[in-house]
Write a protein that binds this ligand. Sequence first.
Ligand code: NAD
Length: 467
Amino acid sequence: MSAYKLLINGRLEDGDATMNVLNPATEDVLAVCPRASKAQLDKAVAAAKAAFPAWSKTPIAERKKALLAIAEVIEKNAGDLARLLTQEQGKPIADATMEIYGAAAFFKYFTMLDLPVKVLVDGNGQRVEAHRKPLGVIGTITPWNFPLILLAFKLPPALLAGNTVVVKPAPTTPLTTLRFGELIKDLLPPGVVNVIADANDLGGALTAHPDVRKISFTGSTETGKKVMASAAATLKRVTLELGGNDAGIVLDDVNPKETAPKLFQGAFQNNGQVCIALKRLYVHESIYDEMCNELAALAEQAIVGDGLQQGTQLGPLQNKMQYEKVKEILADARKHGKVIAGGEVPDGRGYFIKPTIVRDVKEGARVVDEEQFGPVLPVIKYKDTDEAVARANASPYGLGGSVWSKDKDRAYEVANRMNSGTVWVNKHADLAPNIPFGGSGQSGLGSELGEEGLAEFTQLQIINVAL
Ligand code: NAD
């Protein structure tokens, strides 16, 4: 038995099995969590399918009221949700609190959007209109780095457009999402939102399910490819928000002391476990040594610990698999570069790695070529801007990127030559609910947020009338 429940067809249920969820700061069992069976997944999809006709015909004003009520219940329970998020994910409590309030804000944002009928032609004997119709049952699949806010990229637009949803969080961080399901149970008709949890074994079944019309997926590129392959049999719509290896280019006119804290934040926020974390930093040779020293000083000062402790800046890695992967990447980085801060893996419990700066490193090292998804930043020296742009762009990924300079026009010109879905100037990893977000290349397909994100949860229908 678990203190947590699945939400299926408006009812809270135990899973057909259970699994343990660990606190990554202590490696202790945080909770016994319900684990859905394939039959429970099918039941959730059937409930969402049955709820669709009525929900899709519910006036949009009513659907907006439901979104607002969800935002309010998140805010009312923010303290408990944030504490739970810190315990299962590892992030400092201040960051967890921001994530919870951020999720509420994303629900509120979508209440400001509409799906009006657009008249494309009206005259010369015809009237042509573009309608945005709901798709049906949506499956949302989320990763473990930002369990609630990433769900809030998906659920509000899906519901606003008139779809019903089956929600599946990541197996190592299901608890905040399950608690969220309990909190919203009575705010929607049964079956409109269903929440299940799995042990990494139901994603494929949800993706292949013939009654699911779209998968909105956030996770790794490797899994994203599997999602696309298994969605192909039923030609499901997919939105894929995948991995990234964001480059930052620091031009020669930057003041290292002023800029290093912003770069540090861009790279180490959420312990580097951010799809749009700064993962490769290209710094002009004229300021390279100074910038490395500033970043190293910040890394040495950072307070690493249990996210529930006041003052902690960086928590543990979220799970053992990721912890082992980052340790391997760190060992490889030592062979290809010079570790000038951090690099230690403290003894004792918890998946902790000290924030690490690696200098004199370049392409060919895993920490540069791969998505490290952890607190290890490679700082790479370059000579001229064209070379830096070419190296930044030479990646299969294309999620985010940034350019840093005192001269905004110069930075803008360089930003315009980068390949990624988002490029920031003098900042990094700044997202907002009204600004569309998506990757190029192997970082994804489609976009989330903003009007574009809402449109992705609809089917475009043209009604073309002879007058
Ligand atoms: P992951 O791909 O291992 O897992 C993501 C989700 O997919 C989990 O819920 C998992 O259970 C599920 N899953 C596993 N196998 C599946 C299958 N065959 N079919 C369908 N679903 C399946 O990713 P992760 O390790 O949890 O998250 C880290 C990755 O997510 C990083 O690569 C990161 O960059 C990426 N990410 C991307 C964004 C973005 O918006 N682009 C945001 C956050 C994280």
